[in-house]
Design a protein around this ligand. Structure first.
Ligand code: PLP
Length: 404
């Protein structure tokens, strides 16, 4: 008789966004006339930039010719894209990352979930609290997190690093030494960023403790302030302790096209073993490469026209973020994020918990957001709104909230 991977059975409840979808569907069924505005899930709404569309068309047309046809892509990514990324995302910022240290993939979600496979099961992970749920859940599935306590909503073998108003949503170094540290800045869900000086403290700590940092930079395109690093490799010594995850999803609206990359420097070693070699082996066995046409689209993101068009899109989302941030502030809310990020993190009013505020906002303003508690215990009493809607809807939603 077959047996299932019972680590999956340990996962509590359903995934945050399916719970939200169920609640919204029930509300819509009961109130069919309500005009719901969704500022919950972090999906973009702006169409793909013209320079990227042009590259996609060209790459599609190439497939109709014998000379242009492409079969399996190299499983680590085409050289043209890896070299373009190395030049634009690293060399341009003074980071010494070679093209062959960049692994192209179809998403930072899958990379952030899969990367734990190359580490031993007895490694202890540390995560920010609140946190992008994938880091913890993927470690639960692997059997690395111990037992779940439904009361505190925490796992016995996970080190939680609270990010609260008291520490400006930047985690303090943990008391217990972790083996693997997940950091995401600019942060989902708090929308707050970390300065280069603060990140350097983590790099020094990891190098000293023999820990590895998995640094999720999915929102780096939203950085506006000068002292915020766009890459962990801007910090001295990061190449011996850090893996970086990046995505085209929020940078260039590729949530549907699917393209991302992970950087593993060759100097990052456990004894004699290069993590680069392990991830290359893993990719070679389990992954057959992101599609050629999508990689050509990714390359066009870095063309002069692509850069200009994408900067306009980011500015559009920034304008939404400012409208949310300022509008809520005017209405008396305590807000964070929104400056180097498309997310605004607000304190729920009048002692409401996160889900109570979710229901209140849905019923009274017909606005959907994301309850902070869905991202971890320290998210309780907070709520996330995203700037990824259209400007018109964002204005409408915030004006409704202001009137409550
Ligand atoms: N990392 C973080 C922190 C995210 O918030 C998200 C998506 O919301 C992802 C990764 C997923 O990126 P991708 O679309 O490339 O899978």
């Amino acid at each position: 008789m077959f047996k299932v991977n019972d680590n999956y059975l340990k996962l509590p409840g359903s995934y945050l966004f399916s719970t939200i979808a169920k609640k919204v569907n029930a509300f819509t069924a009961a109130n069919p006339q309500a005009e719901i505005i969704r500022l919950g899930i972090g999906d973009v709404t702006q169409p793909i930039a013209p320079a990227v569309i042009e590259a996609l068309h060209k790459a599609v047309d190439e497939q109709s010719t014998t000379e242009g046809f492409k079969g399996y892509a190299p499983d680590l990514g085409y050289a043209f894209l890896r070299e373009t990324i190395a030049k634009n995302d690293y060399e341009a910022y003074g980071c010494d990352i070679a093209a062959d240290e960049i692994f192209v993939s179809d998403g930072a979600k899958s990379d952030s979930a899969n990367i734990q496979e190359i580490f031993s099961l007895d490694n202890k992970i540390a995560v920010c609290d609140p946190v992008y749920p994938v880091y913890v859940d993927s470690n639960v599935m692997a059997g690395r997190t111990g037992t779940y306590d439904p009361k505190s909503e925490t796992w016995s073998d996970v080190i939680y690093m609270p990010c609260t108003a008291e520490n400006n949503f930047c985690p303090e170094l943990p008391k217990e030494t972790p083996d693997i540290i997940y950091l995401c800045f600019p942060n989902n869900p708090t929308g707050e960023a970390i300065t280069k000086e603060q990140l350097q403290v983590w790099v020094d700590y990891a190098n000293k403790a023999g820990a590895v940092i998995i640094y999720d930079a999915a929102y780096k395109a939203y950085i506006t302030e000068k002292d915020i690093p766009v890459s962990i490799y801007q910090c001295e010594g990061a190449k011996t302790c850090a893996i970086e995850l990046c995505s085209f999803s929020k940078t260039a609206g590729f949530t549907g096209l699917r393209l991302a990359y992970t950087v593993i420097p060759k100097e990052l070693k456990c004894g004699d073993v290069q993590l680069h070699a392990l991830w290359a082996r893993r990719h070679g066995t389990k992954y057959n490469g992101a599609p050629y046409i999508i990689q050509r689209a990714g390359e066009a993101v870095y063309s002069e026209a692509g850069k200009a068009q994408i900067a306009e899109q980011i500015a559009y989302y920034h304008k939404n973020a400012s409208y949310i941030f300022n509008g809520l502030k005017e209405a008396g809310y305590t807000v964070a994020g929104g400056v180097n990020s498309p997310y605004v993190w607000l304190k729920t009013p009048e002692q409401m918990n996160s889900w109570e505020f979710f229901d209140y906002l849905l019923e009274k303003a017909n606005v959907v957001g994301t309850p902070g508690s869905g991202f971890g215990p320290s998210g309780e009493g907070y709520f996330r709104l995203t700037a990824f809607g259209t400007y018109e809807n964002t204005v409408k939603a915030i004006d409704r909230i202001k009137k409550l």
